[in-house]
Design a protein around this ligand. Structure first.
Ligand code: MOS
Length: 756
């Protein structure tokens, strides 16, 4: 028996089923009478539809139906924050991948084939693909304006700050698209009922889907039941997109009055769905001779793609975190997202944080270099410590461990030894780089209104305990963490805990499963639920044992009297409760505490707490081929409290692998809006051979608002990686890497430019 499940390295409770192939993913599922839908999407990036001819598709064997916006019973709108996105295009297509209609056929293959036979005629418009083109476009705008959203942080007096600076240093950076490449593509099954629609899908945010499908079908929200199927990866790519997939499938199901399944093929998934926003960034930093940052002016610009979707979440977060965990008295930060004729970009692990981290951490190295300082020494002069304020003027007093992550990573990595060792004049040059980041937990001030989540705990007569939570398991280890937290909160063995699949009717709208929310939100909700469940258990024990309730405690499956040490088993108390008809079920809820924030100035409490991280990367650059090898990464993360250290290591290793891909190999390309890297032969994900030894250092500095002090780790794990690698390659080459990905071509160009 595991005495204290919290903090233990418990194996994932879903591991055995997943590795033995027992888990049924959405793609493995079918229901009787099911038919198949497939989307028809625009083959041009910008233009007006002039004609749709479905005759050829209709004569195909197996064809069942073809549906467009005209068939939508409700509102043709699926924008998650701004109402700028039709579910099915009415007239204007805004990217190659904009969905115009759905076909239904007897098989997936026939549905695909029928979709390819729908002939669409267009009048083309001049597309824009880059931020610069979007800004300067004199042609037709994508929407009323080409600006999707903007955010700012204005603090102090920026001109005075620069005036008093001894050095003013400027640099520009760019980061590329990143495709989630979840192993399981987008998909769902919709079963239409008399007055209910049941949806099961590969998804992150059941309540978003409930809302979207209700609006499209004109059903009441409570009549849309959304269940999450075991999900083969998401990383943000199944936040907003499944609302579209499910709503299109629901429309098809209502039309044909049968269960309908829709699964995107990989190539189409990559053309239609969201990705990580490319950023272009300009930094201007003023410092004193002694290395104190006095002023910072930053312009962040994001390529939003054709619709806003989650751009404002990305743009907001980037504006708050865009100068890292440093003390800076005078700040002007502007973050703007521009519409372009590309697939709409959305959520991807970090919501703009890895991009912003690339900007501020490259900049820190550039400034340190200019001052002739060691990058760590320079960072430690400016790092946020307890009692300091962030760039938004938020005073941080608890769980502020940025400095400790630096110090622990530095000491573990023998930073000075490796960094100062000059590489002999050989084919391979070694470099060592650092990146330090913070991550505002949960949705922050901009999303505060929806930052609440629930959990319910039901003890069954056989002593097993069912837990439902409003967020999801999408590969991150949520089921295991939820089981551990429930067992700990109750004081029972973890083998009793049975975590139920997430379904929208089990709990009130718990918000999206994003922003590294699960441990924090669900953990607090479990504590709330258990705080209502423990008193009746102790009361029953007190009645049975004739002890005063105040001295009793439920621990290790026993109700123990603290004074005499006498005990009674949890199972005996349960029997008593069931025979006396005492309820053994409760529901819990937690909402993020109020945040004072002014969106006009960007000043105030942006997030209720922050996770901190430092990554150190040791790289080897091959000067002949230009290839970069990552030899080792040291990753120090302040997680508040480790619920499951093995789970945290898993998150850190996964985040770093994804960060290495974004930094080095994943070179996502479009040609005139068409994805020309639509699979793994052209879009190079890192493999096991590309992943180095990773030393994870867990720091536990409890956050008072976190459950047992815990903070989020899912996204913090990827945020510093690419910046640390770029700093390491810059160190190796003695030349700045200011653009990602770091391709062999770019490396060789830098080497040649440096050559005498
Ligand atoms: Mo994720 S970017 O929090 O969906």
């Amino acid at each position: 028996m595991i005495k204290s499940p919290l903090g233990s390295r418990i194996s994932r409770i879903d591991a055995a089923d997943k590795v033995t192939g027992k888990t049924k993913f959405l793609t493995d599922m079918s229901v009787p009478g099911m038919v198949y839908a497939y989307p028809i999407y625009s083959s041009i990036p910008f233009g007006h539809i002039t004609d749709i001819n479905s005759a050829a598709a209709e004569s195909l064997t197996g064809f069942i139906g073809f549906y467009t916006h005209k068939d939508i019973p409700g509102k043709n709108q699926v924008g998650v924050i701004l109402p700028d996105q039709p579910l099915l295009v009415e007239k204007t297509v805004r990217f190659m991948g904009d969905v115009i209609g759905v076909v239904v056929a007897d098989t997936h293959e026939n549905a695909r084939k029928a979709a390819s036979l729908i002939d669409i005629s267009y009048e083309t418009l001049e597309p824009v693909f880059t931020i610069e083109d979007s800004k300067n476009s004199s042609g037709p705008l994508l929407h009323e304006t080409n600006i999707a959203c903007s955010h700012r942080v204005i603090k102090g007096d920026i001109s005075k700050g620069f005036e008093t600076s001894h050095h003013i240093i400027e640099a520009s950076f760019t980061t590329p698209v990143q495709e989630h490449y979840y192993l399981e593509p987008q998909g769902c099954i919709v079963i239409p009922g008399e007055d209910q629609i049941y949806i099961i899908g590969s998804l992150q945010c059941p309540y978003y889907i409930q809302k979207a499908v209700a609006a499209i079908t004109a059903y009441a929200m409570e009549n849309i039941i959304v269940e999450q199927a075991p999900t083969g990866g998401a990383f943000g790519g199944k936040e907003d997109v499944p609302s579209e997939v499910c709503a299109r499938t629901a429309l098809a199901a209502l039309m044909v009055k049968r269960p309908v399944k829709m699964v995107y093929d990989r190539k189409d998934d990559m053309q239609i769905t969201s990705k990580r926003h490319p950023f272009q960034m300009h930094y201007k930093i003023g410092v004193s001779n002694s290395g104190e940052i006095l002023a910072a002016e930053v312009r962040l610009e994001e390529n939003a793609g054709a619709y806003a979707t989650l751009s404002s979440v990305v743009s907001y977060r980037a504006s708050i975190q865009g100068l890292g965990p440093y003390r800076i008295p005078n700040v002007k930060m502007e973050s703007t997202s521009y519409y372009t004729n590309l697939p709409p970009n959305g959520a991807f692990r970090g919501f703009g944080s890895p991009q912003a981290a690339f900007g501020h951490e490259r900049m820190m190295d550039i400034v340190a270099n200019k001052l002739g300082m060691d990058p760590i020494e320079f960072r430690l002069i400016n790092i946020i410590r307890s009692g300091d304020s962030t760039i938004t003027g938020q005073e941080l007093v608890t769980s502020v461990s940025a400095e400790e992550t630096i110090v622990q990573a530095r000491d573990a990595a023998y930073w000075t030894d490796i960094r100062s060792k000059s590489t002999p004049d050989s084919r391979y040059i070694t470099g060592m780089g650092i990146a330090v980041t913070h991550y505002g937990n949960c949705l922050g001030a901009a999303g505060w209104h929806m930052d609440g989540s629930g959990a319910s705990v039901r003890i069954r007569e056989d002593g097993q305990i069912d837990v439902a939570f409003g967020l999801v398991e999408m590969g991150q280890g949520a089921l295991t963490a939820v089981a551990q937290m429930t067992a700990e909160a109750l004081g029972v063995d973890i083998s009793r805990i049975n975590v139920l699949p997430t379904r929208s009717d089990r709990l009130p709208d718990s918000g999206p499963s994003v922003a590294s929310r699960n441990v924090v939100m669900t953990g607090r909700a479990i504590q709330d639920a258990v705080s209502k469940l423990t008193p009746p258990i102790l009361k029953a024990a007190s009645d049975m044992m004739d002890f005063p309730t105040g001295l009793l405690e439920l621990k290790n499956d026993q109700i123990i009297d603290g004074q005499t040490g006498n005990s009674i088993s949890f199972d005996d108390v349960l029997q008593y409760m069931f025979t006396h008809n005492i309820p053994t079920q409760s529901e819990g809820w937690w909402h993020v505490p109020p945040l004072k924030f002014d969106p006009q100035t960007g000043l105030g409490e942006a997030y209720f707490t922050y996770s901190y991280a430092t990554h150190l990367a040791k790289v080897r650059v091959d000067t002949v081929t230009g290839l970069v090898f990552v030899d080792k990464i040291w990753a120090a993360h302040d997680v508040g409290k480790a619920i499951n250290p093995a789970g945290i290591e898993g998150q850190v290793e996964g985040g770093i692998a994804q960060g290495i891909g974004w930094a080095l190999t994943e070179n996502f390309r479009y040609d005139q809006g068409k994805v020309i890297t639509p699979g793994l032969t052209t879009y190079l994900l890192p493999t096991a051979g590309d992943i180095p030894e990773i030393k994870t250092i867990i720091i536990e500095n409890p956050a008072p608002d976190g459950p047992w002090g815990a903070k989020g780790i899912g996204e913090p794990s990827i945020i510093p990686t690419a910046a640390a690698i770029a700093n390491a390659v810059s160190h190796a080459l003695g030349a700045p890497i200011n653009d990602l990905p770091i391709t062999p071509e770019n490396v060789l160009n830098l080497i040649q430019r440096k050559a005498p």
